[in-house]
Ligand binder design. Structure first.
Ligand SMILES: [Fe+2]
Ligand SMILES: [Fe+2]
Length: 275
C-alpha cells in the first residue's frame, strides 16, 4: 500500500559546516562533487532517446523540455567551474553506472528519473547549497544558479514518479524487480563514501558523509514506499534475495532491449482524431 510522502519535507542538516574555497584540499573535494554533477548533466542528452521512444504527446513534450533544461544545467555547471577556477575531473565509476541510460522504458523511468534524479536533487539541495561557504563572494551567484537547477530537477523527479505510478498500475509485477533494483542501487552507494574514508576523519564537512548517505537511503526508501513498490515492512533473507535476483534479471534483460519509436503509430489518437 502506497503511503504519502513529501521529499521537500525532509532535510539533512550539515549544522553550518562548509568548505573553505581557499584551502587546496577542500577545493579538490568541491571539484570532485561538481565533476559528478557536470557528468550527470551531460547525460541529459539521453533525452534524445527518450523522445524517440515517447509513447504519448505528453511524454514527448516533457522530454523535449527536459533536454533543453539539462543542456542549460550543463552550461550552468561549466560556469560554476570557471567562476571557481576549477578544472573538472573524470566522473566516479559509481556515478557513471548509476546514470547509464536504459532502453527498457520502465527501468529508464524508475532509475533515471524517479530514483536517479531524486538522488541528484538531494545532493544539489543538501550538499552543494549547504556546504558552499556564503562568505566567499562568488558563492551567492553560484547558489542562485543551483536554485534554478533544483527547481527544474524537482519537475523531472515529479515526472519520473508519475510515470512510475502509471507503469506499476499497468504492470503490477514490476513491483518486485523494482524493489530489487532499489536494493542493488542502495548497495553500491557506500562505494562512493569509501573513496573518502581516509579524508573524512576530522574533516568538518566530510564527517557528515555517513549520516548524509543514510539520509539519502531513507529518502529513497520512503519514495519507493510512496510509489508502492517498497513494502512497509521490508523482507529479509530469501524473499529479499529473490527480489534482488528479479531486479538483476530485469536489468540484464533491459540491456538487450531496443529503443522503439511509438508516436508515429499513436499520433492520430494522441491528437484526438481517432479513438
Ligand atoms: Fe539537470
Ligand atoms: Fe534532471
Amino acid at each position: 500500500m502506497a503511503e504519502d510522502w513529501d521529499r521537500a519535507a525532509g532535510s539533512y542538516d550539515f549544522g553550518g559546516d562548509s568548505f573553505d574555497l581557499a584551502d587546496p584540499r577542500d577545493r579538490e573535494l568541491v571539484c570532485f562533487v561538481l565533476s559528478q554533477a557536470l557528468y550527470g548533466e551531460a547525460t541529459g542528452v539521453y533525452c534524445g532517446k527518450s523522445l524517440y521512444a515517447a509513447g504519448t504527446l505528453e511524454a514527448a513534450r516533457f522530454y523535449l523540455r527536459q533536454a533543453r533544461q539539462e543542456l542549460n544545467h550543463l552550461e550552468l555547471f561549466a560556469e560554476i567551474f570557471r567562476k571557481l577556477e576549477m578544472e573538472p575531473v573524470r566522473a566516479h565509476w559509481v556515478i557513471r553506472l548509476l546514470s547509464a541510460h536504459n532502453n527498457y522504458y520502465p527501468l529508464k523511468v524508475l532509475m533515471e528519473h524517479a530514483i536517479g534524479e531524486g538522488m541528484v536533487l538531494d545532493i544539489f539541495k543538501e550538499v552543494l547549497i549547504q556546504t558552499l561557504p556564503d562568505a566567499d563572494p562568488r558563492v551567492p551567484e553560484i547558489k542562485k544558479k543551483l536554485a534554478v537547477v533544483c527547481r527544474e530537477e524537482e519537475e523531472h523527479v515529479a515526472w519520473g514518479e508519475k510515470e512510475t505510478r502509471r507503469l506499476l498500475a499497468e504492470k503490477p509485477w514490476l513491483r518486485h524487480p523494482f524493489y530489487g533494483i532499489l536494493l542493488l542501487q542502495l548497495a553500491v552507494a557506500p562505494f562512493v563514501v569509501r573513496a573518502f574514508a581516509d579524508r573524512a576523519r576530522g574533516h568538518r564537512v566530510l564527517r557528515h558523509l555517513p549520516g548524509f548517505v543514510a539520509y539519502v537511503q531513507t529518502q529513497v526508501r520512503a519514495q519507493g514506499r510512496a510509489l508502492g513498490f517498497v513494502p512497509a515492512v521490508e523482507p529479509a533473507g530469501l524473499v529479499r534475495a529473490l527480489c534482488m535476483l528479479s531486479g538483476a534479471l530485469l536489468f540484464v534483460r533491459s540491456q538487450f532491449a531496443r529503443s522503439r519509436s511509438v508516436l508515429e503509430h499513436t499520433y492520430l489518437t494522441e491528437l484526438g482524431f481517432r479513438a
